[in-house]
Structures are given as C-alpha cells and as structure tokens.
Design a binder for this molecule. Structure first.
Ligand code: SF4
Length: 347
C-alpha cells in the first residue's frame, strides 16, 4: 500500500467527517498557538468530550498567554477544577510565565525550545508543533498505536515494538499537511478505529487494513498485562462545634501539589492515626501509577491540626480541590442526604 494513497484517503475522510473542535482548524494550523497549547495540556489523560466545556470557560477567563501568566495559580486551579491531574494546570501556568519572560511573549517553534517548557513531553511537543505551526511532526498516542497495530497487523504488545510503530506512523504522515494529518489520525482513532467496536465499514483504510483481512481486529493491539498496584488509606472529615470542616493545603511539590484536601494518610504509613469514627463509605481513584482506595472517617474536634483550618461547607467551592477529594465530599454529602430522607420517611 502506498503512503500517498493512505494519506490522501485519510485527509479526504477528515475533510468530510472529522470533528470540529475549538482548538483546531480544518485546512491548516490554528491561528492561535495559545489555544492549541491549552488544549494539549487539558487533553493529557482527559477525553475530548470532557475537555470541551472546560476549555471554553478557561479561554474566556484567560484569553491570552499574558492573561494566564499574570493570574495567580489558585485562580488557575479553580478553572481547572474537575479536570483532575492538577500538575498539568501548574505546568501550563509555569509555561505561560516562561513564554512571557524567556520568549518575550512569542511561542517557541523549535522542538528543543518547546520541550524546555513545563509539562511538555515528546508527544505534546509533536502535537503542538504540528497543530499550531504545521510542522512536519508525527503524533503517536494511544489512538495512533491502535490504528498502526491494526493497519499492519502487528501481533506484539506495543511496548515491545514502539520503534516499529513510530517508524510506520512517521512514514504515513503527510509532510505537506501535518496539521490536518495529525488531527485526522486522532479523529480516526476516536470515531472509527475505536478500541472495542471499530466501524470498519466507514474507515477510509478498510481496503488496506491487514487486521481486517486476517480477522484479528478485536485482539489488536495486544494487551499489556501489568495491573496498577493498589494503596489503601483513611481520609478524615473533621467537624468543629460550629459544623465547620477542616481542610488543608498540600505542599507545592509532589502529588496533587498546591491543592486543598481533607487530611488523609496511608494505612501502612499513618501520620495522624486519629481515633475517628469509621463510616461504611469509601472512594477510589486511579492515579498514573497506582489505584488509591480511601475509607472515610468522621471526627468531631475543635482544635485544628495538620496545618489545617476550618471553613463552612458553603465555602468549599472557593478552594481548588483534587478530583479525589471532591469524590470524598460528594460521597459523604450524598450519604447525609439519604440518611435525612430516610429519617423523614420514617416520621
Ligand atoms: S479497517 Fe477497521 S481496524 Fe482497520 S484501521 Fe480501519 S477501523 Fe481500524
């Protein structure tokens, strides 16, 4: 199969059936590299559907790189709240400052410079340069890996054959239309060559796909077998006699840095070891390298601890919390609501 044929088939399909997304433009690069940068950071580990409303709100609040650089980090967190993985928000904010101070407000256009920004690895750099500046870069994400494994019927786990996958993805890239090509192959993965039920009958590459010919589509790409390790811990909802709840700010370094939370600790490494009342409520959350399961405990005490402070429950919305802590509070609130409704019914 000829590279030019495949690229043309894909680009024609994209013009007719590709998605209209606010951070890109069909027919070339986006006129505003800032929009591409914000979307790239938001899309790391989050789906397009989830990102769209957050992107709109964020761009309305911080319409330029200068506006973002000038904003306090906590305000940026508030507009990121709900997307999770807050290190991305922090990186985006640091990157905005770097672009203003080190690059005079102009977006860098070389791979080396883009990689020197915060939170930008090889994938994001390639995608940014292709979509914002139409540079000849190849994006290789989960969608592209799946498509390449199927198109060439590669029957090995992707981690073992990444150089081969990259080589084939690069060979396919249309050097004359890198921005459209990057968008097109991502759309093909998201809309047509989906993980479980691909719509091969609509695929522009159906006549060339080796996995389709061999009937191996649903096996590919071969699954990686490593499961994420699980950690178990306790999270404390501490109320004082005014029914205010204790929160604290995490340090500026490490996991969920700079966000607010209810005090929590790992079961095998207790820091507080409080005599709190255990509930039957728990939440779990998947981080990049592990799954965390937190059992919810309740404690009544008036003295703050762990550098925490008390706020009313109405004030919670004014503080940026991690997705994990929002789940904790939601789980607790819903249980309280259910308990109240049950008590009312019995009366
Ligand atoms: S024919 Fe099917 S499996 Fe092959 S690339 Fe297209 S959608 Fe994916």
């Amino acid at each position: 199969m000829k590279r030019e044929t495949l690229a043309k088939l894909l680009l024609d399909w994209y013009q007719k059936s590709g998605r209209d997304l606010p951070w890109r433009v069909k027919g070339g690069p986006h006129p505003d590299p800032y929009a591409v940068l914000v979307s790239e950071l938001m899309l790391q580990q989050t789906t397009v559907k989830t990102v769209i409303p957050y992107f709109a709100r964020f761009m309305q609040k911080f319409p330029t790189i200068a506006a973002l650089a000038a904003a306090p980090l906590e305000e940026v967190y508030l507009y990121w709240q709900g997307l999770g993985y807050y290190t991305r928000a922090k990186s985006l904010h640091q990157t905005a400052k770097l672009i203003m101070t080190e690059f005079g407000g102009n977006f860098p256009q070389t791979k080396k410079e883009v990689l020197s920004l915060k939170g930008i690895g090889p994938y994001t750099a390639a995608s940014f340069l292709a979509l914002a500046f139409n540079q000849n870069e190849t994006v290789v994400d989960g969608n592209v890996i799946r498509i390449i494994c199927r198109l060439y019927n590669l029957e090995q786990t992707p981690s073992k054959i990444m150089p081969l996958i990259r080589q084939k993805a690069e060979a396919l890239t249309d050097q004359n239309h890198p921005a459209d090509y990057a968008s097109a192959i991502m759309d093909l993965g998201a809309l047509i060559c989906t993980p479980t039920t691909p719509h091969c009958e609509l695929c522009p590459w159906q006549a060339h796909c080796l996995a389709r010919k061999k009937g191996t589509i649903t096996n590919l790409p071969l699954r990686e077998t490593t499961a994420k390790p699980e950690k178990i811990g306790k999270v404390y909802l501490v109320f004082n006699n005014e029914n205010k709840i204790l929160i604290r700010k995490r340090s500026e370094k490490g996991l969920l840095s700079g966000l607010y939370e209810f005090p929590w600790e790992l079961e095998n490494a207790p820091v507080f070891a409080l005599k709190a009342q255990q509930t039957n409520l728990s939440v779990s959350h998947i981080f990049t390298h592990f799954r965390l399961n937190l059992q919810i405990y309740i404690l009544r005490q008036n003295t703050p601890f762990a550098d925490g402070f008390f706020i009313s429950e109405a004030e919670i919305k004014n503080y940026p919390f991690s997705t994990l802590m929002k789940k904790v509070y939601k789980t607790y609130s819903q249980s309280q609501k259910t308990a109240t409704e049950t008590a009312n019914v019995k009366r």
